[in-house]
Design a protein around this ligand. Sequence first.
Ligand code: HEC
Length: 172
Amino acid sequence: MTSISQTAGAVALILLFTAGIAHTDGAGDPKAVSSREGEYLDKDGNPTFKVANDGTVDWYTYAGYLRYGANCLQCHGPDGLGSSYAPSLVDSLKTLSYGDFVSTVVSGKKEVNTAQQQVMPSFGTNKNVMCYIDAIYVYLRARSDGALSRQRPEKHAPKTDAYTTAEDSCMG
Ligand code: HEC
């Protein structure tokens, strides 16, 4: 019979090995393999960041930094690091997929089991958030993957005409 401690040991060993090869990004490999009008996509077609060797970030990452600051920072803290009220999204994105992220922001979330009632508001009808959801995601993904340090990105790629057109039509 296998003892609990033996099983736990084996599990720990497996985690140790997989940690070496797997990355901690809930959406999988963040490497940008294609781009669509200034937005970078990973191999699964999910939005991702692109940080050049000199630290220049893509426009979405930069726009996401600004939109995060305007709409999420008040609860989730500076640089996505969390606060006493809301969790660190730098940590959350290590396990959350892009789809999970978007649906949480659209619908909100309410932890009912904790003593302190914590509520993530629903942003589904808030254009200031929904028109920039990919940008916010990409910024947090870069933070979560350690590709972007704290503070405002110093250099960023220019805003593209396609981005401006999409933004204008979304904001209406
Ligand atoms: C009024 C405060 C508040 C604001 C503003 C807010 N959140 Fe939240 N958010 C929370 C709280 C509290 C939770 C935890 C809810 C729970 O666990 O039930 C949360 C949870 C989340 C989660 C789920 C995390 C996880 O690990 O499951 C995501 C994703 C998220 N927020 C994204 C955002 C984004 C993006 C913005 C800005 C557009 C934002 N939030 C703005 C309070 C807020």
